[in-house]
Design a protein around this ligand. Structure first.
Ligand code: FES
Length: 64
């Protein structure tokens, strides 16, 4: 499913970037996937997906 229509970024692309790069913030995520840099409507959904995916990563589970 597309999350960012402006840039054609899917939830899969966001999840993959989170798993691969473990961004500490949404700003960092944006370095890896071009999300939320135009109309900004996708920011909330993209942030939620990032959080969802981060808690699946074992090293983040203890702090989440
Ligand atoms: S939908 Fe992502 S910036 Fe517009």
């Amino acid at each position: 499913m597309y999350i960012c229509l402006c840039n054609g970024v899917s939830d899969k692309a966001i999840r993959q970037a989170v798993r691969q790069f473990h961004p500490q913030s949404f700003q960092q995520l944006r370095k890896f996937v071009p999300v939320g840099n135009q109309c900004g409507k996708c920011i909330r959904a993209a942030r939620e997906i990032m959080q969802e995916e981060l808690i699946q990563i074992p090293e983040f589970k203890e702090t989440a």
